[in-house]
Design a protein around this ligand. Structure first.
Ligand code: ADP
Length: 398
């Protein structure tokens, strides 16, 4: 079966067509600037890139363009959209309703809609993507895979905030966690690479990209994670502040006469690497500036290293030990300088890096020293394959 994986954002739509017989990628693409002038589709097939340009009014037109590209006579990969056996959609927020992936029906659509207050930027876009696909492919089964689902195994001591319990009971205020599909993929893959059952392993997974999150995965289940009600909490990120004393908000707002929306905009879009360095939200730019002696770029990097160190040690404590630490996503997979910086001085926990083996970018590798008690792995994430596998499992081998 061929499965189409769709990740719809507010103005973009990423897709990947996967052949489930060998899990190979047939085509992948990105539709950009939906609803904005200058719509564009980029499709890659076997390393060859095609770019199409057309203004796109809405997600429906974007999905139409995607299908047109996939079935194009010259550079398409399927003869008709009937070859698509099912569609797997990435959905940001499943709240407490969804602990695993589900076949999409009206009830599921309603539940995703109910969770809009928890994922105000992403859930509406995800819904638009699903609706557009349903309209274009009315007979194709669709599955929703939630970013939050993997973290639903956390116990209350990990997911509750220390605020009156009424806020949880009435408003569902709690830690949800994100990047669940990635944490799930890399923890399972790490167990395979280590040749040990996941049910025996205590893992700390570090998903470090533009947005970053850490997770404690004990015996195959998430027991704690760093992101919270929203993806703002946790370690320092590209433009997000990560955790801070909430009283900072009141202090800044009173002083600079800001309202809460302006304040949250600063915390989400102008903080993190960008805010501290004043240079860029991108790790590579910040590293470059630091190498040239830019003080606050170096401090931003040091803050991130220290933040990750603290989570690794904290999660080891939560799980009563740690068997492996796994690095993934843009910075985690590629940034060997970061891995070296984070793990320096962590021998006390049994973590010993092999500096030579660590010099790997974007490839699966065991990078701990042979005598390291705790294994350290680089595992490039593959959220699309998890979405495709879940979709296949739920719709069956049609
Ligand atoms: P997103 O969260 O948007 O999916 P990614 O997982 O693609 O982001 O990660 C983007 C981050 O990865 C950027 O900060 C980028 O600088 C960083 N990155 C990519 N390649 C490297 C590299 N070779 N060394 C260090 N950082 C890198």
């Amino acid at each position: 079966m061929k499965i189409l994986v769709v990740n719809a954002g507010s103005s973009s739509l990423k897709y990947q067509l996967i052949n489930m017989e060998d899990e190979s990628t047939i085509a992948q693409g990105l539709v950009e600037r939906i609803g904005i002038e200058g719509g564009k589709l980029t499709q890659k097939v076997k390393g060859e890139k095609r770019v199409l340009q057309k203004d796109l009014k809405d997600h429906l037109e974007a999905v139409g363009m995607m299908i047109a590209a996939l079935t194009d006579k010259e550079f398409g990969v399927i003869s008709s959209m009937d070859e698509i056996g099912a569609v797997g959609h990435r959905v940001l927020h499943g709240g407490e309703k969804f602990t695993e992936s589900v076949v999409i029906n009206d009830t599921v659509m309603d539940a995703i809609r109910e969770n809009i207050p928890l994922g105000p930027l992403h859930n509406p876009a995800n819904l638009m993507g699903i609706k557009a696909c349903q309209e274009v492919m009315p007979n194709t089964p669709m599955v929703a895979v939630f970013d939050t689902a993997f973290h639903q195994t956390m116990p209350p001591k990990s997911f509750l905030y220390g605020v009156p319990i009424d806020y949880y009971k009435r408003l569902h205020v709690r830690r949800y966690g994100f990047h669940g599909t990635s944490h799930r993929y890399v923890s399972k893959r790490a167990a395979e690479l280590l040749g040990r059952p996941i049910e025996e392993l205590r893992l700390v997974t570090c998903h470090l990209g533009n947005g970053s999150s850490m997770a404690a995965v004990q015996y195959g289940k998430c027991v704690d994670t760093s992101m919270g009600l929203t993806p703002l909490e946790g370690v320092l990120m590209g433009t997000r502040s990560g955790s801070l004393d909430p009283a900072v908000l009141q202090f800044i707002m009173n002083h600079d006469h800001l309202d809460i929306n302006q304040m949250l905009d600063i915390l989400n879009k102008k903080s993190g690497f960008l805010g501290i360095s004043g240079i860029s939200s991108d790790m590579r730019d910040v590293e470059e500036a630091a190498a040239e002696g830019h003080e606050y770029s170096q401090i931003a990097i040091d803050m991130l290293y220290q933040g990750i160190k603290k989570y690794i040690a904290a999660y080891a404590a939560v799980m009563g030990g740690v068997d492996a630490v796994i690095f993934t996503a843009g910075i985690g997979e590629n940034g060997y300088e970061l891995r070296e910086g984070v793990l320096e001085g962590m021998e006390f926990l049994g973590i010993k890096l092999d500096r030579e083996k660590n010099k790997v970018r974007g490839k699966e590798a065991e990078i701990s020293a042979p005598d390291s008690k705790v294994k350290v792995l680089v595992v490039p994430t593959n959220e699309e394959i998890v979405i495709a596998r879940d979709t296949l499992e739920l719709v069956g081998q049609a």
